[in-house]
Design a protein around this ligand. Structure first.
Ligand code: UDP
Ligand code: MG
Length: 324
């Protein structure tokens, strides 16, 4: 088995040489073939190649000509990797390569995805509070099994990538994806160090962004196959609320003969009904899009098959299929 360690970096001149030294030291001790893929995400700190010590067939450097973000850097790394196992590790030395064997132990136990949990985290109070809230939120609403979903250090089997496409910031919910897809996931405690050199690349925007990313994750992987369950549920709640309000008003009007003008409740009831129906309809449109897509997929498959059997037939008759 081979492990590919993907290291995305943007302006980490001072950290890289130390990290590589530590990492190769650890990799030489474990009983696997290995490679390190350094993905330079448009660094502008003019680092010298000699800073990164030895580049050879085991330690490769791939460059983005401009900064595309961590998600794209991870993707580039994966596309150029060969291992059946893949590990992500941040270049900022906050993670400790010495923890790698703990991950591998879990893989040997049969897990498909192993995420780090940063114990003794060296982050500001704000980030800590945010992480705590995010943890509870993810656990309660998204059934997340992770204590520290945002830890950059992970090891997983390549097969998990079969239908996960890295783009933008979606690397943040990759762990949730693995879990939703039914892979065996687990966590191991990892040491966390303070950033010594360079600055964090994600500002406070990460706090808001993180929430959006999680909502996308939840929606895409829980409901992209059945949108009506998602929209229909929300729509029903609105419609039902509106309906009850209107029933109440109708009762008052018919039985107690109370007139309906100047009753704000009437507008609320109507609003809820309309909003509810619209949300439900969004779900139906979602189902329609999904259905049409599937149909198109099947059709393509079918025409491909018939085309190739047609080719086969032509070939049999001694015709050149390229002319068709
Ligand atoms: N990174 C990157 N491209 C970016 C932002 C970050 O390659 O646009 C790398 C960065 O160099 C580091 C890792 O992603 O190796 C994690 O970034 P950082 O430590 O700044 O994030 P934090 O730990 O503060 O969330
Ligand atoms: Mg960091």
């Amino acid at each position: 088995m081979m492990i590919s360690v993907v290291i995305p970096f943007h302006n980490e001149k001072k950290n890289l040489p130390i990290l590589i030294k530590k990492l190769t030291h650890v990799l030489k001790k474990i009983n696997l073939k290995w490679e390190i893929l350094l993905v330079d995400d448009g660094s502008t700190d003019q680092y010298q190649l000699s800073d990164i010590e030895t580049l050879n067939e085991k330690i490769k450097l791939i460059k983005h000509i401009k900064r595309l973000g961590k998600g794209e850097a991870l993707k580039t790394g994966i596309e150029n990797s060969k291992g059946e196992l893949i590990s992500f590790i941040d270049a900022d030395l906050q993670d400790d390569p010495e923890d790698l064997p703990k991950f591998l132990e879990k893989i040997h136990q049969g897990y498909d995805f192993v995420n780090g949990v940063r114990i003794n985290r060296k982050e500001g109070l704000l980030i800590k509070i945010y992480s705590k809230i995010a943890y509870l939120f993810l656990k309660i609403f998204f059934h997340s099994p992770y204590k520290d979903i945002n830890c950059g250090f992970k090891v997983f089997r390549r097969k998990i990538l079969d239908d996960f496409i890295f783009y933008g910031n979606n690397f943040r919910f990759f762990p949730l994806y693995a879990f939703y897809q039914g892979y065996k996931v687990t966590e191991v405690p990892v040491n966390n160090h303070k950033r010594k050199f360079g600055r964090s690349k994600f500002g406070s925007g990460k706090l808001i962004g993180g929430i959006f990313d999680m909502i996308t994750a939840f929606f895409l992987y829980k409901f992209s196959e059945k949108p009506l369950y998602f929209f229909g549920g929300i729509g029903m709640i609105f419609s039902l609320g509106g309906f009850l309000v209107l029933v109440y008003l109708a009762y008052e009007r018919l039985i107690h003969n109370l007139l309906l003008y100047r009753r704000p409740l009437l507008f609320l009831g109507m609003l809820f009904m309309i909003v509810g129906v619209q949300i439900t309809m969004t779900g139906i449109i979602g189902e329609l899009i999904l259905y049409l897509n599937k149909k198109l997929e099947d059709k393509n498959k079918f025409s491909y098959e018939s085309r190739s059997s047609f080719d086969h037939h032509q070939h049999h008759l001694g015709w050149r299929s390229t002319n068709i």
